[in-house]
Design a protein around this ligand. Sequence first.
Ligand code: PGA
Ligand code: MG
Length: 231
Amino acid sequence: MPRTALFDLDGTLVDSVPDLHAATDRLMARLGLAGFARAEIVAMVGDGARALVERALAARGRGFDQAALDGFLADYTAHAAVRTRPFPGIPEALDALAAAGWRLAVCTNKPEAATRALLEGLGLRGRFAAIGAGDSFAVRKPDPGHLLATLRLAGGAPAAAVMVGDHRNDVLAARGAGLPCVFAAWGYGPPAMAEGAAALARRPDELPALLPRVLAAARPGPRDGGSGATR
Ligand SMILES: O=C(O)COP(=O)(O)O
Ligand SMILES: [Mg+2]
């Protein structure tokens, strides 16, 4: 059974806030509303596009509006990879994990069309065995079913998988699914969101050594001196 690393996208693999910010500000401009500072957008990311638009509108005293969301999605999907880039060290960390036999998958709350456009735009699509996006299944993070469905799509199994993410939703989903979560401290989540994570990584280049350790600690086998129980 190959080991599988499930990666969150926004704030973990890529710094996507510049394009999320630009698309949100373009939406606000179309509505005659004021734009935002980067830190405000960072705090609105993590629960998918609908939540981002809802929070942006609420910050300007407006209720949710489906036409605003549709307009945002069309614009963002077409411009998802303009300024968005992988965090420094991510491509190399993915290379090292793949070379060590890890299967890689993306588990994101971002809608699937935008996720595919972004990964293709950055030349990253081919690295992943599966994409589980925010609208790919009936549930999404923090529901553990989102991770488990993505894992199934990737041909992996919970007993040999690790989640890597930067948000409380990633930690909660992983815990619910019985997987260890590595918290990506370079991302958008404040440190308090790491609560419940199995480990914290400060930089992507720590991942190739950290993931096998976290998996071994979560699933002690006879050769690791553990009981062999997998919970
Ligand atoms: O789209 C979002 O709000 C968050 O996406 P993520 O799950 O990749 O962090
Ligand atoms: Mg994230």
